[in-house]
Design a protein around this ligand. Structure first.
Ligand SMILES: *Cc1c(COP(=O)(O)O)cnc(C)c1O
Length: 401
């Protein structure tokens, strides 16, 4: 039988899988209890949030874990817990998403952007140069789209210069560098459980650290009042001696409902990492070697989580990039282009962050000018992914026959 190859993909790039049945049951049980606030506990009840914190700490292999209201709040709390003062310089990637420079600005920091390289990782030579020129003591390192830089070299540079590293692991929950989990290199790590990340509670996040003092400060900052003894993965009470008086309450707590739907998802996370990677490999195989397309290399030391995929078309002009986007869209393939002059949807480039002093990033700009990005939700099958790759190649050849 002849099977016609469809010329159009009809799936949705923003459609997640359903919340697992056991997570729905846990959510219903919380709703029936009426105890949604994390500190609203019955006698001897541990609570969903405290249990989630303990489980995430164990899975991540960190000493402490705090659940919060979003990944962006985790970033802000991390910066404050590390002692950032208003006006202080904070280094971060020139290529990341808006919550990252947003968090630095929200806590009164001055954003210093660092160049990226062709593999979308932080340019470590530029980092070293900007540490020296800015005198910054903090790096908010964004593992943008799951691409880890050489973490051993990065930590040598930062440790050598006395720079505190905060890892933004919004895209690397589950990733590893030389076997070590992303998030366990710096002083603090921040994760997101927003719908488009690796676990889905609508909004939500975690902060992990090995430092008891930072964990205590972060807990008070998150809005724990004096209820910190009810946390599942926090430090001993003596760590709070100063924090309980010094840290302002920023009301960024996670609630029991979201924790209830995350716990069963955490149990599935390792399996889902493999499912994402199978989809990533299917797209990558379909794009590999196609004229004009340059894929992003994954270093051997990196265990990547392929929840999205990026590629470049270095010889395309801006007009060709625009035509390619349209051509892919006509085939049902939704791509994001980081070279667009105006911010679109979730995507913006550094010149659009006008609350940040404009900075010259010629290398980053050149890379972003022809960089494309695509989500790979688990609702896609591997066959969908193969088809999508084929359609991307068709769209390229339509623009550059
Ligand atoms: C989503 C995201 C965040 C923030 O997460 P929210 O939970 O949405 O606040 C931070 N950094 C990056 C790179 C992200 O993509």
């Amino acid at each position: 039988m002849e099977v016609a190859v469809p010329a159009r993909f009809t799936g949705s790039f923003t459609q997640q899988e359903a919340i697992p049945a056991d997570a729905i049951a846990a959510a219903v049980s919380v709703l029936q209890s009426g105890r949604l606030h994390r500190y609203n506990l019955a006698q001897d009840e541990e609570g969903e949030v405290a249990r989630l914190e303990a489980e995430y700490r164990d899975w991540q292999g960190s000493a402490y874990c705090l659940a919060v209201t979003s990944g962006g709040q985790a970033l802000q709390i991390a910066l404050r817990a590390c002692g950032l003062r208003p006006g202080e310089a904070v280094l971060t990637n020139g290529f990341t998403l808006a919550p990252v420079p947003g968090a630095i600005s929200a806590v009164g920091g001055t954003v210093i952007l660092v160049e990226i390289d062709e593999a979308l990782r932080l340019d470590l030579d530029d980092l070293a140069a900007k540490i020296a020129s800015s005198g910054a003591r903090v790096l908010l390192l964004s593992h943008m789209r799951g691409h880890l830089c050489d973490m051993d070299r990065l930590m040598r540079i930062c440790d050598g210069a006395g720079v505190t590293v905060i890892e933004d692991c919004a895209h690397t929950m589950g990733a590893r560098w030389n076997g070590k989990r992303s998030g366990n290199f710096g002083k603090v790590a921040c994760f997101s459980t927003q719908t488009y990340k690796h676990m889905n509670s609508g909004e939500g996040g975690f902060l992990t650290t090995g430092d008891a003092k930072i964990a205590a400060r972060a807990t008070i900052l998150s809005g724990s009042y004096m209820m910190y003894a009810r946390h599942g993965a926090g430090p001993a009470p003596d760590a709070f001696a100063e924090a309980r008086y010094q840290m302002p309450n920023c009301s960024a707590r996670m609630d029991a409902l979201r924790a209830a739907i995350l716990r069963p998802q955490l149990a599935q996370l390792d399996r889902n990492v493999e499912r994402w990677n199978a989809r990533y490999r299917a797209v990558e195989a379909g794009l590999k070697g196609y004229p004009h397309l340059t894929s992003i290399p994954l270093p051997a030391a990196e265990l990547h989580v392929g929840s999205s995929i990026q590629f470049r078309i270095p010889d395309f002009t801006a007009d060709q990039c625009r035509a390619f986007l349209d051509s892919a869209k006509a085939r049902g393939v939704e791509l994001k282009w980081f070279g667009a002059p105006e911010p679109v949807g979730f995507t913006s480039a550094h010149p659009s962050w006008r609350y940040v002093t404009p900075q010259d990033l010629p290398r980053t700009d050149r890379i972003l000018a022809t960089l494309f990005d695509m989500r790979l939700p688990l609702s896609f099958t591997k066959a969908d992914c193969a088809l999508i790759a084929e359609l991307i190649c068709d769209a390229v050849s339509e623009v550059a026959p």
